[in-house]
Design a protein around this ligand. Structure first.
Ligand code: MN
Length: 308
C-alpha cells in the first residue's frame, strides 16, 4: 500500500550565486478561496527551510467566509499566518484559539503532530488578504512536541528607503529551528530600499502589492523571485511604493517528502500520520463548527491537495 503514495520529493538545491530566477505562482483553490501557490513549484521546491507559500486575496465579501479550513492535521513543519488585511481565527488540538489581525503572527509548530482549523470569524471586516507559509523542521527538531504561539507585534526597522518588519529571524521573537529570515518589506514611494542579507542564506521575494525593481530588474506580484545565495544586500526601488515578502534561510540540506499536510522523510511516516488522523489520534479541535477534513485515500495514484 505504501508504494502507491506519491509524495512531492523536495530537495534542498541552493544555487550558490546571486541570480534572479522568476517563476510564476500556480493558481489553485483552497476550499472556496482562490490562491496563488509560490512554493513548492516544479522549478523551486525549497528556499532555506521554507517549503510552502500561498498568497490569497485581497478579496471583499459581504456574506459567508472566504476562509473556512476545517480541522486538518500537520506533522514535521511550522505554519506561519501573516495578514495584510482582515482576520483569521485559528483553533488547534492543544486548545489554543487565536484571532489574527494584520501585524500579528500566528505560528504553529507541528512537531510530531497537531490539528488545527483556520477560518474567517463571523465578526469580520469583509476583507481578506494575506499569506500562509510552511517551514520544514530540520530532522533534529521534527520529533518535538507540538506548540503554538501568537505575537501581536513584531520588530520593525526603518531602513534607508523603507520599513522592514521581521516576522521570523532577524530580531523576531518567534521560535525557529534553523537559521531563517521572513520579513515584510515596505518600499517607500520614489525610494530605493537597501535591505541587508546574509551571504550564507538562500533568499526569495514575492511582491504583495505594487511594483518594484531589484537592481534594475522589474518585479511584479504573484511571481516567486529566487535570488540564490551570496548576497550581502539588495536594493529594491519603487516609484509608487510597494510591499514585498522576503523569505530565506540557510539551505536545509535535507530532502523532504510532502504529501497532503505532512512534511516527512519516508512514505511509511506519511501513511502512519494519515492513519493516525483517520483514527482520531491527533486530538480534537474544539470550537470549530463542522466535521474535520477526512484523510485522503492511501490507495490510488492521487496526490491530494494541501489544505494549508
Ligand atoms: Mn493547516
Amino acid at each position: 500500500m505504501t508504494a502507491e503514495i506519491i509524495p512531492d520529493r523536495c530537495a534542498s538545491e541552493p544555487v550558490a550565486a546571486p541570480l534572479l530566477e522568476a517563476t510564476p505562482a500556480r493558481r489553485t483553490t483552497v476550499g472556496s478561496l482562490e490562491i496563488r501557490r509560490a512554493l513548492p513549484l516544479r522549478e523551486r521546491r525549497l528556499v532555506g527551510p521554507w517549503c510552502f507559500l500561498d498568497r490569497y486575496g485581497p478579496v471583499s465579501f459581504s456574506a459567508g467566509a472566504p476562509m473556512n479550513l476545517a480541522p486538518h492535521p500537520h506533522i514535521g513543519l511550522q505554519t506561519v499566518s501573516w495578514l495584510l488585511d482582515g482576520e483569521v481565527l485559528h483553533r488547534d488540538s492543544l486548545g489554543n484559539e487565536s484571532l489574527l489581525r494584520p501585524g500579528g503572527l500566528n505560528l504553529m509548530t507541528a512537531g510530531v503532530g497537531i490539528a488545527h482549523s483556520e477560518e474567517t470569524p463571523s465578526r469580520n471586516s469583509g476583507i481578506l488578504n494575506g499569506v500562509q507559509l510552511w517551514i520544514a523542521l530540520p530532522a533534529v527538531s521534527r520529533g518535538r512536541a507540538p506548540s503554538f504561539e501568537f505575537h501581536g507585534e513584531l520588530p520593525a526597522a526603518e531602513l534607508r528607503g523603507g520599513l522592514m518588519t521581521s516576522i521570523l529571524g532577524a530580531g523576531s521573537p518567534a521560535t525557529t529551528f534553523s537559521p531563517i529570515v521572513g520579513a515584510d518589506l515596505l518600499v517607500h514611494k520614489n525610494a530605493t530600499m537597501a535591505v541587508p542579507l546574509r551571504r550564507d542564506f538562500e533568499h526569495a521575494l514575492l511582491v504583495l502589492d505594487g511594483a518594484a525593481s531589484l537592481d534594475g530588474s522589474p518585479l511584479v506580484p504573484d511571481v516567486l523571485y529566487y535570488l540564490g545565495t551570496g548576497r550581502e544586500e539588495m536594493s529594491l526601488a519603487s516609484r509608487d511604493g510597494a510591499r514585498l515578502l522576503l523569505v530565506g534561510g540557510a539551505p536545509l540540506g535535507e530532502t523532504i517528502l510532502m504529501w497532503w499536510n505532512f512534511v516527512a522523510r519516508t512514505r511509511e511516516e506519511i501513511v502512519a500520520a494519515a492513519e493516525a488522523w483517520a483514527g482520531g489520534r491527533f486530538g480534537e479541535v474544539r470550537g470549530y463548527e463542522g466535521p474535520p477534513i477526512p484523510a485522503p485515500p492511501l490507495r490510488g495514484r492521487v496526490r491530494p491537495p494541501a489544505a494549508s
